[in-house]
Structures are given as structure tokens and as C-alpha cells.
Design a binder for this molecule. Structure first.
Ligand SMILES: [Zn+2]
Length: 431
């Protein structure tokens, strides 16, 4: 009687959980996924691989069909090559916009209330999954929309990649300035005490990672002026690390990059024109470089829809060339890379285009795939759970048509099927 009354008082959405708890624990969900070929990111390319999955995790990988447990659901992807679910370490999921005719995307971002942004973002989240990306590190949002989205996805209320989020990125006062679109007030911090307060505020709000903007440059603006001083950057890095969080630092130019690396950043975003000493220091410290070359290509392709003023193109084209050249130098020197798209507006679904630039910068397709699997997982501090197909890892799997180790375009354009944590999210294998 008492229990019944208590149940009646519960909100409706909690009911299924209660009734589940009353039934005996459900049988484990067993799946066996067969691939013609599998790149496991652990150093092995399998032929006729079978990935055995129990609930949301990988139990084992085998080539022996006799190991498929009785009652397992068999998914036959023998026509395809399997890869680990990919990781994009630089997105702006909550700054998704649609292409509402007559309304520039920049303006949509300013006008949409936070709840509308989070609701719309589900479309970008789905497109991200369709590109084979099952995990993202999201680097800059307003109103903690990213925390809401991460939590909705984790609760199963929204379909999207697993998210690691930063809340507000830290900016100095009014930089970069744009009429109508200014950095969110929640992230503005000047001087060491304010930097410490804002870093601590993001951690208190539930951020997984800290983001700091150490230079100008964004959208159609490719200027490279350092904004934060070394002391401010160092304070942010140390405050993040003190609470077990990593930090990602944005710098379009070499000066902010130099100080970010010296201060001990975990990853450096965008940095173009880096000097040799900074590149050597990144090698020595193991700092990750996330060049985000492809996002400027996206800006050039879509500038009218976004609403940029005509005339920025030559500078952006030159920036792309220098960005690629810097990536080439860093690759040659042995810097660690992670794949970040900087996806924003309608760029979701093009998240892995960056891999093509990495091959242009001198990587083999396999090295490029590592930037979106094992290396990205290392940057997230999740090397034992994400970025590989091996026992104990999340059952995040992608099936592509063709051989991505021979041609990186296969990974970029030929995704046919995606599983996240044991659930099939995308299936384009049937005509
Ligand atoms: Zn960004």
C-alpha cells in the first residue's frame, strides 16, 4: 500500500525504472558483429573478425565462429571494414544551426534561446554519429548548454555522441569582438584571480575539460594576436590540473602557442606559424596538436550562408596554407596529433574531413586514423575505454565500405553503419 502510494507520486518518466527494478535482472544483451576486415587500433588488422559484445562493452575479438555464444544476435558486416568509433576532440555541438532561408547562421546563433539551441543540436549530433564519430570533446558553449546536452545523451533522452564538455571557454575582455556576436559573458576573465575563479566555476558546473582562448582569431577573422599573458595561462593550466581536468588552449598564432605549451597545456588548438622551438617543446612534453585545418575550408565554402562580409577569403586561404605547413613541420618533428574538426553551424557530418588534411601533411592513412582513435582517447584520458576494438572497451564500432588503410577517403565518405555503446545507431547497409 505504502509502496503503491509512493509510486503514484513519482513523475511518470521514472516509472519504467521502478518496474524494471522489480523484475529479475534482465539477461545480458549479447551481440556478435562480423567484419570482413577489422583495424582494431591495437596494432592488428584482422581478417574475418568477430567482435563479441556484452551490453555496452566489447567482450572479445576473435576469428573463430565457434566462440559466438548461444543466443547472441549476429550482425553480418562481412562486406565491410570495421574501425573503432571515431573521436573528434574539437566541436561546438550546441552551436549547430540549420539553414533557415534568409537568416544568416551567425544571426541564428545570437537569436536562438538556449533551449532552442539544445533542441536543434540533436540534428548535428545525429550527423556527427553518421560520420562515424561516437565521442566528441566539445570546446566552448553558452549557458551550459553543453552540460545539458551531455547529460541528456548519457540519460538516453537524446541520441548523440558521448560528450566531454568545457562549459564556457575563457576569454579576455571583448576579444574577439564582433557586432552582434560576442564571447559569452560567463567566460570572460582578466588577470590571474579572475582566471582562477572562472576555471573553478566551470569545474563546479560540471565541466570535464577547460578551454582557454589565448589569441584572437575565429570565424572569418584569422588574426593571431596573443590575448592572455603567460602568467594567466599558467594559472589556468595549474588550476585545471589541480582538479584533475585537462586543458585545451586556442591560439591562431605562434605567440599564444609558445606560452600555452610552456605553461603545460594538454592540447593546442589551431596554432599556425609555430616556431621550431615551440614544436620541439611539444615533442618533449607530449603536447597534443589539434590543427583544425578543415574548418577554415568550411568557412570558405559556406561564408554567405554564415553571414560573413565578403573580402576575407584571401586571408583565410593563406591561413589554411600556413596551417597545413605548420602541421607538416610538426608531423615531421614527431608531435602528437589529435583530430579536431571545430564543427559548428552546419559542419556536423563533415567532422572527419580533417583526416584528409593530415594525410596531405605527411601521415599515412593509419597514422591519420590514430589521431581520431588511440591518440584522441589518450588526450581524453580514456585510453583504456575508448579508441580501440579490444576487450573492456566501449562497443563503439564503425563499418566502412573499402579499405581506409589504403585510402583515407574511405573513412571520411564511406561510413555505412555505426554502433555506440552496443546499440546500432546508423545502418545504411541495406538498399
Ligand atoms: Zn573551436
Amino acid at each position: 500500500m505504502k509502496i503503491l502510494r509512493a509510486l503514484m507520486l513519482l513523475p511518470l518518466f521514472l516509472m519504467p525504472a521502478i518496474s524494471l527494478a522489480q523484475t529479475p535482472s534482465p539477461a545480458k544483451s549479447l551481440k556478435a558483429v562480423k567484419f570482413g576486415k577489422l583495424w582494431d587500433a591495437k596494432g592488428k588488422v584482422w581478417s574475418n573478425a568477430i567482435v563479441l559484445i556484452e551490453d555496452d562493452k566489447i567482450k572479445s575479438v576473435t576469428a573463430n565462429a565457434k566462440e559466438i555464444p548461444a543466443g547472441a544476435q549476429v550482425i553480418d558486416l562481412s562486406k565491410y571494414t570495421g574501425l573503432p568509433g571515431l573521436i573528434d576532440v574539437h566541436t561546438h555541438m550546441t552551436q549547430y544551426t540549420d539553414e533557415t532561408p534568409g537568416k544568416p547562421m551567425l544571426k541564428q546563433l545570437v537569436d536562438n534561446p538556449p533551449a532552442v539551441e539544445v533542441f536543434l543540436a540533436r540534428k548535428g549530433a545525429l550527423r556527427t554519429l553518421e560520420a562515424g564519430v561516437t565521442t566528441v570533446r566539445d570546446l566552448g558553449a553558452d549557458q551550459y548548454e553543453d552540460i545539458a546536452m551531455r547529460d541528456l545523451i548519457n540519460r538516453g533522452e537524446m541520441i548523440g555522441p558521448r560528450m566531454f564538455v568545457c562549459g564556457y571557454g575563457l576569454y579576455i575582455t571583448n576579444t574577439p569582438y564582433k557586432p552582434g556576436l560576442n564571447p559569452p559573458a560567463g567566460g570572460i576573465a582578466d588577470g590571474v584571480p579572475e582566471v582562477l575563479r572562472v576555471v573553478r566555476q566551470q569545474i563546479a558546473a560540471g565541466a570535464d575539460v577547460i578551454k582557454l582562448y589565448a589569441s584572437t582569431g575565429t570565424d572569418d577573422d584569422t588574426t593571431q594576436f596573443q590575448t592572455y599573458s603567460y602568467d594567466e595561462i599558467k594559472a589556468a593550466v595549474d588550476a585545471a590540473h589541480q582538479f584533475g581536468r585537462k586543458i585545451a588552449i586556442h591560439s591562431y598564432g605562434p605567440d599564444g602557442a609558445r606560452d600555452a605549451v610552456r605553461a603545460g597545456t594538454d592540447s593546442l588548438e589551431h596554432a599556425t606559424d609555430m616556431d621550431d622551438a615551440t614544436i620541439q617543446e611539444m615533442v618533449r612534453r607530449g603536447t597534443f596538436y589539434v590543427p583544425t585545418i578543415d574548418h577554415n575550408r568550411y568557412y570558405l565554402d559556406n561564408w554567405q550562408k554564415i553571414g560573413y562580409t565578403d573580402g576575407f577569403q584571401a586571408k583565410t586561404k593563406a591561413f589554411i596554407e600556413r596551417n597545413l605547413e605548420t602541421a607538416r613541420k610538426a608531423q615531421k618533428a614527431g608531435v602528437k596529433f589529435a583530430m579536431g574538426s571545430d564543427a559548428i553551424y552546419t559542419m556536423f557530418g563533415e567532422n572527419t574531413g580533417e583526416l584528409g588534411w593530415f594525410v596531405k601533411a605527411g601521415m599515412t592513412p593509419e597514422q591519420a586514423l590514430r589521431t581520431a582513435t588511440t591518440s584522441a582517447a589518450e588526450l581524453l584520458g580514456k585510453s583504456n575505454e575508448l579508441g580501440a576494438v579490444a576487450p573492456g572497451y566501449y562497443a563503439d564500432l564503425v563499418a566502412v565500405e573499402g579499405d581506409p588503410l589504403a585510402n583515407i577517403d574511405v573513412a571520411i565518405h564511406n561510413v555505412r553503419w555505426v554502433m555506440k555503446a552496443g546499440s546500432v545507431i546508423v545502418d545504411r547497409t541495406k538498399p
